[in-house]
Ligand binder design. Structure first.
Ligand code: ATP
Ligand code: MG
Length: 411
């Protein structure tokens, strides 16, 4: 086993877990993404621990030391989740896996005592390293070198690894996009060759991976047509190259993913977008958010304040910000205009400017008291008042609005 004299500063809770397990004679390491992130000099999102201790031993060692066992994951297969001081850690027993024809779930899983077997079942070399203070870095597959070269490469024989679990095909593009890495040639060839196997993966997992892929800094180049054809068959391949550029021009990050979905699905129109996202079992909130962005077209006139008010009449500020970001990416030559539109919407919101009927200085009751008949006419009167106010022809003041409404009701 390759072990190196490297030392990382681990959080106290992790050190405590590793110490408690090793004191009882078990092997215990930080594994996977955390080791990768530490080597990249990034703060890991979470730390996963792998150990030779069976779940029942993990529990009997950690519980008396003040850890609360939150649960056992994966149908009890070997993952114990503990928490202490509001921090959660997953502790997985070393395991081996054998795959049948399912292309996602292992047919057999068994506990094993050695780290090597546990690391060799992991997907990519950069994700297949382990660390503890005593042994240093355990890098059996050249993960450190691949990290330094910026390469994502399958552990072992790529075709076999993607045959075992087709979800890894999407994970490949997700990790490469996240770090801006290139993909090892044989690994990519295998991914493309077996992309059709993605039909065995649940749409929930596919959606989760696509979300992560679309959140990457510049995912455009990693939206591989030969793979997308199987997870988003609705999307015409010819439209993809334009979408890739637009997506890269949009802000990155998980909270921005709605806008990137809209850029990707724009060619499908509102109905097509809804259908595709529904098939992927996205939440209604996501479906509504993305299809709103797909539907709403950029205004042609540069009447800044009026356009901003009209948009705020229909959408909340956040949606308006997403729309202006999308339009800027779609029409870069008008970027300044859309940035100004966004600023105007932010200012109007900060000033609580009147953009909706509900923000008028009069309500339906006021108008009825002033003689406007109830029913659809009342709604029309309120909308006419709003139009007067947002175009600046009337101030949003009760007396003036009532005077205008009286005229409206008389006509
Ligand atoms: P992130 O920061 O996105 O959580 P991660 O590397 O921790 O990245 P996870 O999906 O949380 O990714 O998985 C944890 C580890 O488990 C991976 O680093 C990898 O070693 C292993 N792993 C996860 N999913 C698979 C899979 N489908 N096939 C093989 N190994 C996997
Ligand atoms: Mg993780």
């Amino acid at each position: 086993m390759t072990a190196e004299n490297r030392r990382f500063l681990l959080p106290p809770i992790i050190n405590r877990i590793l110490t408690l397990l090793t004191e009882q004679g078990f092997a215990a390491y930080v594994v996977g993404g955390a080791v990768r992130d530490l080597l990249l000099g990034k703060a890991p999102g979470d730390f996963d621990v792998a150990t030779s201790a069976r779940p029942e031993s993990v529990i009997s060692i950690l519980e008396p030391a003040g850890f609360t066992v939150v649960g056992e994951l994966g149908q009890n297969f070997g993952v114990v989740v503990v928490h202490r001081d509001s921090q959660m850690v997953e502790i997985a027993t070393f395991r081996g896996e054998a795959y049948g024809g399912d292309a996602h779930k292992p047919e057999q899983v068994w506990y094993c005592d050695d780290l090597e077997a546990d690391l060799s079942r992991r997907d990519f070399t950069v994700n297949a390293m382990a660390y503890n203070d005593e042994d240093g870095l355990c890098d059996l597959f050249g993960g450190q070198e691949d990290l330094a070269r910026g390469v994502v490469r399958a552990v072992g024989e790529p075709l076999r690894r993607f045959e075992e679990d087709a979800l890894r095909i999407l994970r490949l593009y997700r990790f490469a996009a996240r770090f801006g890495f290139v993909i090892d040639e044989a690994t990519e060839a295998a991914a493309k060759q077996l992309a059709a196997h993605l039909d065995c993966v649940s749409v929930e997992r596919i959606e989760e991976e696509l979300n992560k892929l679309l959140s990457a800094p510049k995912p455009g180049a990693y939206l591989e047509p030969e793979v997308l054809a199987f997870v988003l068959p609705e999307l015409p391949p010819d439209d993809l190259s334009e979408a890739r550029e637009i997506i890269d021009a949009l802000p990155a990050g998980a909270e921005e993913v709605t806008t990137r979905w809209a850029a990707l699905l724009l060619p499908l129109g509102e109905d097509g977008t809804r259908k595709a996202l529904k098939r992927l079992k996205c939440s209604n909130a996501v479906i509504d958010g993305v299809s709103t962005l797909v539907k709403e077209k950029a205004p042609r006139t540069p009447a800044l304040s009026l356009q901003a008010k009209r948009l705020l009449g229909k959408y909340d500020l956040h949606t308006v910000q997403q729309l202006t970001a999308l339009w800027s990416a779609l029409q870069p030559e008008r970027k300044d205009e859309f940035t100004a539109l966004q600023k105007e919407a932010e200012t109007l919101t900060a000033q609580s400017a009147c953009c909706r009927v509900s923000q008028l200085a009069v309500n339906g009751r006021d108008l009825m008291a002033a003689g406007v008949a109830p029913g659809p006419g009342l709604r029309r009167a309120l909308e006419a008042l709003l139009e007067e106010v947002i175009t600046g022809r009337l101030p949003n003041e009760k007396a003036e609005l009532l005077a205008f409404a009286a005229k409206f009701s008389a006509s």
